[in-house]
Design a protein around this ligand. Structure first.
Ligand SMILES: *Cc1c(COP(=O)(O)O)cnc(C)c1O
Length: 383
């Protein structure tokens, strides 16, 4: 169906940070499947893990245990605040699980009125009805009403308004620690700390949507680590499977206990094929030092973008964390995406005027130099 504006490029194969069209033309991929291919394309270890698992067992449903799912859950809880994991297939589904879990926990604990969820303007939580309702962008909700009741919106990084909007019905506050689709917006460090404190004082659940920021994107395994606080519920998807669809909703055991057998489910969620891929991603990030590598090139990219921002007046700000970087422009960003494509560099534009860079963690300094020089030539033409 006609749901996407696609670029005039058919990608045939990929290798590392490069993709190729049918004519064999090579492109540097700084979109990486929208922050999904965190270890690049066709990583041999991931390919091997998927291949081996496919030969052994692809799917069983959640009526049975499987080793890859158990091990992946173990890995996730060992390296996060959480004690329990629910597996699904996408970011939107992970957020659906988070919303359902928060409501069930809050109504069980505090009574049937405790259903309200506060989310942020310009947030992005997915396209299913509840995750779309959570998404604080009226333009994306247009024509799909009525939205799910019980959601209200506040500006991001504005603690006073959040505090004033909260009511005794508030069950949870849901936010992305860094708004990614919303234009790579990094909040003040004390904002998230204050939100955490507010939640503690009023027994409100704090849900972090780390679908894009999680799995090392910002330089730590999860973005919450950068802010010195922990959420109660966290969602993951994009980078988790290194390109294979998988999502996860993580929570502390007290909160997770609100889900009992029969309360939530997914046929495909956490199937052995997807979990084998995600397990290999974990190994490469932590034991294979790719998290560290991503942090180093992330700093290098941030410095390069900051220097472009000084050079070109149409760049209003360079901002981001780790390998989630953006350039806010005073001009329309989409033509620049086309210009970069012509020079065989894939980048993305969000919110109309923010160029977003989310390359794989294995991008080299030389490849970043290429990106920066292409950007520089593209900006020179618009000065
Ligand atoms: C991409 C994204 C989603 C939606 O994920 P899907 O897999 O497309 O459903 C949700 N939240 C955030 C922060 C995202 O970046």
């Amino acid at each position: 169906m006609n749901t996407y504006t696609r670029l005039p490029l058919t990608i045939e194969r990929g290798q590392g940070c490069l993709v190729y069209d049918a004519e064999g033309r090579e492109y540097l991929d700084c979109v990486a499947g929208i922050a999904v291919n965190i270890l690049g394309h066709a990583h041999p270890d991931i390919v091997e893990a998927i291949t081996r698992q496919a030969r052994q067992l692809i799917h069983t449903s959640n009526l049975f245990y499987t080793e890859p799912q158990t091990q992946l859950a173990q890995r996730l809880v060992e390296h996060s605040f959480a004690d329990k994991v629910f597996f699904c297939n996408s970011g939107a589904e992970a957020n659906e699980a988070a919303i359902k879990l928060a409501r069930r926990y809050a109504t069980n604990s505090f009574g049937p009125d405790r259903i309200e969820i506060l989310t942020m303007l310009n947030s992005f939580h997915g396209r299913t009805l509840a995750s779309l309702t959570a998404t604080g962008q009226p333009a994306l909700q247009n024509g799909f009403g009525p939205m799910v009741p019980g959601f209200r919106y506040v500006p991001f990084n504005d603690f006073n308004t959040l505090e004033a909007t909260m009511t005794p019905q508030t069950a949870a506050i849901m936010l992305e620690p860094i708004q990614a689709e919303g234009g790579v917006v990094v909040p003040d460090i004390d904002y998230l700390k204050k939100v955490r404190k507010l939640c503690d004082e009023h027994q409100i659940l704090l849900i972090f949507d780390e679908v894009q920021t999680g799995m090392g994107r910002t330089g730590t395994l999860f973005a919450y680590e950068q802010f010195g606080i922990q959420p109660d519920i966290m969602t993951l998807a994009k980078g988790l499977g290194g390109g294979v669809p998988i999502g996860a909703c993580l929570a502390t055991k007290t909160i997770a206990a609100a889900f009992e057998p029969g309360t939530h489910a997914s046929t495909f969620g956490g199937n052995p094929l997807a979990c084998a891929a995600a397990l290999k991603v974990f190994d490469l990030l932590l034991d294979g030092n790719k998290l560290e590598q991503g942090r180093i090139v992330g700093d290098y990219l941030a410095k390069g973008l900051a220097s472009l921002a000084k050079q070109f007046s149409c760049i209003q700000e360079a901002r981001g964390m780790g390998l989630l970087q953006g350039l806010e422009l005073s001009i329309d960003g989409k033509p620049l995406v086309m210009d970069c494509l012509e020079q065989r560099v894939l980048i993305n534009c969000t919110m109309g005027n923010v160029l977003r860079f989310v390359p794989p963690f294995i991008i080299s300094h030389t490849q970043i130099d290429l990106l920066l020089s292409v950007l520089s030539s593209v900006f020179s033409k618009r000065k």
